[in-house]
Design a protein. Structure first.
Length: 364
């Protein structure tokens, strides 16, 4: 079957049979033990024991702790649908000697999708929805991008370079613009050899870091651009007391709008439910949002999201009756009764990153 992507295109979804699901999960457990010793430290996505906040912490620690003045915000174009099967099998052969396992993986890769009774084979890419696909995608990125990028910065960079990758989304920070431009050009050539390319609309080089505000002002330019990574907009900020550089992260406005729209649609379906039942559901929605986005410096965005939830709830309750007399004052009492107030739940990223890595480099 096919599922819609945010940009309107369709993404093939491979739903494995029960026996294949069980076998894939068992194989993934074995292969994870092998590849977790190979994968590099700046690779975070789709790996056991690594969450988006680990990647966010590493990025923040790298930008603040290293000499980062330029950021390449990069994204693959149709990564999961573009993986070359022949190259993937060659990569797997580096660590897997058992031909039976390799044949089994090749069968999963070629499984294809069935839509309206018609079967279409996969000629490239990994079947999304399959348990083995995240690991295979990471193996491909490990050989195509991670090892190459690590070697590139060791041999060619003239200053600090940090890298953080989450699945097909990655950010590279540079001390020097010349390094950033050369890396970008070399990266395009590297990816082309393996059937991959960067998303031209989402990939860009921006001036970003502790000196970005000062340097841009000296050239008569405006504030530094921002970039999005894992649901957060990253901003060049400064501390209130000393005015020193700090990395500020707020909820990506596109994520907020999409979530509020989903809540609005769901509230229309739940419009005639008892108020306590609605309140408990909305409380769970809010708490789930807080659990991810409640990072330092983001309290205003959390409060705005809660206010948006209250507005949709108020409109929904008023539609239940043409004679509704529900006022904002009463709505405020309902919100205070059922909806949790925002509070910061995550520590400063540098603190948590230091505790996890115990001083190891965020970009090893």
């Amino acid at each position: 079957m096919y599922i819609p992507k945010p940009d309107g295109r369709l993404r093939p979804l491979g739903v494995a049979a029960l026996e294949d699901k069980i076998l894939q999960r068992a194989l993934v457990e074995v292969l994870n033990a092998i590849y977790e010793t190979d994968f590099l430290g700046f690779s975070y996505g789709l790996r056991p024991g690594r969450s988006p906040h680990h990647a966010l912490d590493a990025l923040a620690a790298g930008i603040v702790g290293k000499k980062v003045n330029w950021v390449l915000d990069a994204d693959f174009s149709d990564y999961f649908s573009s993986l070359d099967h022949q190259w993937l099998v060659k990569f797997l052969e580096h660590r897997i000697a058992d031909k039976r396992v390799l044949r089994l993986i090749q069968k999963w890769l070629a499984a294809g999708v069935i839509e309206n009774g018609s079967w279409t084979a996969f000629e490239e890419g990994v079947p999304q929805g399959a348990s083995v696909s995240p690991l295979l995608a990471n193996v491909y990125a490990h050989y195509v991008l991670d090892l190459w990028a690590h070697q590139w910065r060791t041999r060619h960079a003239h200053g600090d370079v940090i890298i953080v990758r989450w699945a097909d989304d990655f950010v590279v920070g540079f001390e020097h613009r010349e390094d950033a431009e050369r890396f970008w050009a070399d990266l395009r050539g590297r990816l082309a050899k393996f059937g991959l390319e960067l998303n031209a609309e989402k990939t860009r080089l921006i001036e970003f870091g502790r000196h970005a505000v000062r340097d841009r002002a000296a050239r008569g330019l405006g504030k530094p651009e921002t970039f999005q990574f894992l649901g957060f907009t990253h901003i060049c900020g400064k501390t209130r007391k000393s005015g020193r550089f700090k990395l500020k992260r707020i909820t990506d406005s596109k994520r907020v709008r999409a979530k509020l729209l989903a809540v609005k649609d769901e509230m229309a379906r739940r419009m005639h439910q008892p108020i306590p039942e609605q309140g408990r559901w909305l409380a769970r929605v809010l708490q789930g949002h807080y659990n991810y986005y409640a990072v330092p410096d983001n309290i205003e965005a959390l409060s705005a999201f809660r206010k948006g939830i209250i507005q949709h709830w108020l409109k929904s309750l008023r539609r239940r009756s043409q004679r509704s007399r529900l006022t904002w004052k009463r709505m405020g009492r309902l919100a205070d009764q059922w909806l949790p107030q925002p509070r910061i739940l995550h520590p400063w990223p540098e603190q948590r990153f230091a505790a996890i890595t115990q001083g190891r480099s965020p970009v090893r």
